[in-house]
Design a protein around this ligand. Sequence first.
Ligand SMILES: Nc1ncnc2c1ncn2[C@@H]1O[C@H](COP(=O)(O)OP(=O)(O)OP(=O)(O)O)[C@@H](O)[C@H]1O
Ligand SMILES: [Mg+2]
Length: 310
Amino acid sequence: MTESPRAALPSLNSPPGDRLEIVNGWDADTPYQSWRPQILVPPTFRQASAPRVFVVVNQKGGAGKTTTTVELAAAWAAAGHRVRVIDADHQEAALSAWLLPQYPEGSERHSLRSVFFEDCTLAEATYPTLFAGVDVVPSSVDLQRVEYERPIGAEQGLAAALAQEAEEAGGRSPYDVTLIDAAPSLGLVTVAALTAADEALVPIKVGGLDMKAMASLHKTLRSVQRKTNPKLSVGAVLLTAWDKSTFARQLATKVSEDYPEAAVVPIRRSIRASEAPLSEEPIRLYAPEAAPAGDYDQAAAVLLPGRAAA
Ligand SMILES: Nc1ncnc2c1ncn2[C@@H]1O[C@H](COP(=O)(O)OP(=O)(O)OP(=O)(O)O)[C@@H](O)[C@H]1O
Ligand SMILES: [Mg+2]
């Protein structure tokens, strides 16, 4: 294969005034008109170190999972990490359409489905993207075969594939960061993704709140922690398409109570975020001046420091 040149992801130099303030407690008495988007990093929060596997999860559709996966991947790659994203959503495969996998000519194309059915290894299903430092495990609709054919050990399938890859690479994953973009459902593949991860990141769209979905996600996370993955923690709740409203503030307070160890990160609303998938570039490259690019950049640095800072 002749390697196509890969675009470098830019570092962001947004003006200091545009950066979110990082606090470890909110002033609950501030009237909402004065309420600013601030990243809450509670004293109980523990920053991650590489290698780390994150799952971006919320069974509510359109919460911002794929956007969060792409932007955090871009931010960490720009900070010097080797990043892999895994598309675990058979319904849309939106991640694979956004970060186009660069398949070598003339060879069989693998996907996450092939990993679950042990037709190939995780490394064989990993392809470069057009962006330096970001590789992808693609998916397509045939991933849903996992749901109804239920290959043996599917719940542990992704965890086992990651462990095997690390073992073959001398005991450490070849990637500093793995980000799994989960589907908006709690099927077998999502449980496998939760079982394989060290940490869950939960995007919730301000305005698209669904209390029943939130309660059900909370229950799922607890049950995965009890049954298949005791080490799973919730690292962050990201309030996507954030805007200044009483509601956004109430939501932020509620999630910080539900997930007391998680950072709570507002990601501001921007039309540029919804345009980026069509451009087939992360927001960071498509519109580096847009607020979500900066907000995700800050969130990435809070969750896991860049190579230089580590
Ligand atoms: N900060 C933002 N500002 C404005 N629009 C946003 C923002 N973040 C995400 N969006 C838009 O919201 C929609 C849903 O986002 P996204 O596809 O990331 O969610 P999802 O949880 O992956 O959805 P699904 O459940 O269908 O997989 C998209 O059109 C996206 O461009
Ligand atoms: Mg998605």
